[in-house]
Design a protein around this ligand. Structure first.
Ligand code: 5RP
Length: 257
């Protein structure tokens, strides 16, 4: 691996683990609860994040340019939660813009099995071609759209494997039963999304712990962190599990303070 690629990935995934903070939701969900003002929502969380995942608009307008945090730039979009086909995403942001914004990686959603499967897989491949030219890692997000029930090892294993084959340097997916099978079939690091807010704080910590124990490199979570009533306590507890292998009970105590 070239030095630049290694350096960028190494700034995001430290010692094999990472706690990424996703704040890209507005690109198709609009101003969702607690992310109406992304700058305000994350300013106190940035010191505990190994990387931040915004779109270029949020990065430019809401994030302090002196913030010392690697950026994984969401460069896909073109759809909305009220549109007909949530899978119809393309590249929204050029590689030159990503370089101008000094990003450490670019992120793109692929929709395996959806109407726009071919379009998103080809666009992701094109993004990999462009990003590799400059030593920038591409993150594939294995999106499921509104069909949350798709999150099983068979579907996610297929999506992750395809993403890795097309050149993803790391992948954002979901935790599921038999997650180790997904890891086994994918040759690059996996980070997990949180999805919609879980029922309890303990559930969030349990999912993170299970994911780490079963081979995830970390998390790229959004709603289950900044929609929490105590987001700083939550990201600190997640960090303890990811970076210190803290068990769930201790992480929960840490969360409760
Ligand atoms: C959709 C996404 C989201 O925009 C986001 O990054 C997901 O984070 P979370 O589910 O943890 O809120 O990737 O596919």
């Amino acid at each position: 691996m070239d030095w630049g690629m290694k350096n960028r990935l190494g700034r995001i995934i430290k010692g094999g683990r990472t706690v990424m903070l996703a704040i890209d939701h507005g690109y198709f969900l609009g101003p969702i609860s607690k992310l109406e003002d992304p700058g305000k929502a994350v300013s106190q969380l940035i010191p505990f994040a190994d990387a931040l995942m915004p779109t270029r608009g949020v990065l430019r307008n809401c994030i302090d340019a002196s913030a010392d945090v690697p950026i994984v730039l969401r460069v896909s979009g073109g759809n909305s939660i009220v549109g007909k086909d949530l899978s119809r995403e393309g590249i929204t942001t050029s590689i030159e813009e990503a370089i101008r914004l000094n990003v450490s990686a670019v992120a793109f959603s692929i929709y395996v099995g959806a109407e726009s499967e071919h379009q998103t897989l080809m666009a992701f491949s094109e993004l990999v071609n462009q990003a590799e030219r400059y030593g920038i890692p591409a993150l594939a997000v294995t999106a499921v759209g509104k069909e949350l029930e798709k999150r099983d090892a068979r579907f996610l294993g297929l999506s992750c494997r395809i993403a890795a084959e097309l050149g993803a340097r790391f992948i954002k997916t979901y935790y599921c039963d038999n997650f180790e099978k997904v890891v086994e079939g994918t040759s690059v690091p996996l980070v997990i999304a949180g999805g919609p807010r879980m029922e309890t704080d303990l559930d969030v910590l349990q999912v993170v712990s299970n994911a780490i124990k079963n081979g995830a490199a970390g998390v790229d979570m959004g709603r289950n962190v900044w929609q929490n009533e105590r987001p700083v306590a939550m990201i600190k507890a997640i960090r303890a599990i990811v970076h210190e292998n803290m068990d769930v009970a201790d992480a929960h105590k840490l969360f409760l303070g």
